[in-house]
Design a binder for this molecule. Structure first.
Ligand code: BMA
Length: 316
């Protein structure tokens, strides 16, 4: 039995696994939970991140408006499923991730610069006032994901160097910092190996601390005759040296199957950006962008996921 190391989250959104379902991650039966109808002038609302906040939840949402500007807005929810989005743009860019460290909510997002995208960092305590930090690196990079605590006195960030377009390659690296300002001591973490992720991979939700190491969900991309197809994989990274991959599933855990994952602005995309977890019960709720159009929700437990990774482990 694997254990999540962290806080209890009694009000985690949850649905039991459907009877007879064999796979480790199952979908919320009323998906998608957020559509373009959640915000006036939205073309699509998708790859987004949520955290426990006060007696409910807060989130940072990717909204592509009807102008097709890519923006980030905040939103709030009592139950993690029904969300009220604010129309005020907090940052320009896309694919936000978020974690809480010492009472500060840290946002990482893909930030546009005239020379391509980089990873922006900012934090807030109240989701109103934001302090923006230096960009993590020079362009071009995407999929910046911060670990939820310092490890041996250093912040750690997963990052995916890329090009200015729809990058046809991509490995996950890790950068370290003592102050969230200067980043270095870069390490290679992992690259595509299996067919389902052969084109590129990128980190997803904030890694989850467990007694086995850091459970890290990520997206992997295969290129077919019809273009890219995005699925969700999982690996366990070393507790103290998280650039070391201890275990990694050779097959995806969630891929585009349902209609809202297969049809949309970009078909066949499951793009996880956030996971809530309850250390008491081992429950995990994963928020993912579906077909670059909506936000959907899926569930697993630490036991189900770790068992699947170990049963299909490609690290021998
Ligand atoms: C990536 C990013 C994601 C998007 C995905 C599929 O390069 O732009 O935001 O979900 O492509 O289009």
């Amino acid at each position: 039995m694997a254990k999540i190391i962290g806080l209890p989250l009694k009000n985690i959104p949850w649905q039991d696994k459907p009877e007879g379902y064999k796979y480790p991650v199952w979908r919320y039966n009323a998906n998608p939970i957020i559509t373009r109808d959640n915000l006036y002038m939205a073309n699509s609302i998708f790859n987004s991140a949520v955290v426990p906040y006060k007696d409910g939840f807060a989130g940072v949402f990717r909204v592509d408006f009807r102008s097709r500007a890519q923006e980030i807005v905040t939103g709030f929810s009592k139950d993690g499923i029904n969300w009220e989005l604010d129309d005020k743009v907090i940052f320009h860019g896309y694919d936000p991730r978020m974690c809480c460290i010492d009472g500060k909510y840290h946002l990482q997002w893909v930030k546009h610069t005239p020379r391509g995208t980089t990873i922006g960092l900012a934090y807030t305590e109240d989701f109103e006032n934001w302090t923006e930090l230096e960009d993590v690196c020079y362009p071009v990079a995407r999929n910046g994901v911060l670990f939820p605590r310092k490890i041996n006195n250093e912040y750690m960030l997963l990052i995916r160097p890329c090009d200015r377009g729809h990058t046809p390659y991509g490995d996950i690296f890790l950068s370290r910092s003592k102050d969230l300002e200067y980043w270095g001591k870069h390490r290679f973490v992992m690259g595509p190996v299996n067919n389902w992720e052969m084109t590129k991979i990128g980190a997803g939700p904030t890694p989850i601390e467990t007694d086995e190491g850091w459970l890290t969900f990520y997206h992997g991309v295969i290129t077919s005759c019809n273009g890219f197809s995005y699925s969700m994989g999982a690996a366990i990274l070393d507790k103290d040296e998280p650039w070391k991959v201890l275990h990694r599933a050779d097959s995806f855990l969630l891929g585009p199957h349902e209609i809202y994952e297969c049809v949309g602005d970009v078909p066949n995309v499951v793009f996880p950006c956030s996971a809530l977890c309850d250390a008491e019960t081992g429950r995990i709720a994963i928020y993912y962008g579906a077909a670059d159009t909506t936000v959907a929700l899926a569930f697993t437990t630490i036991d189900e996921t770790v068992k699947y990774i170990l049963d299909n482990d490609m690290i021998k």
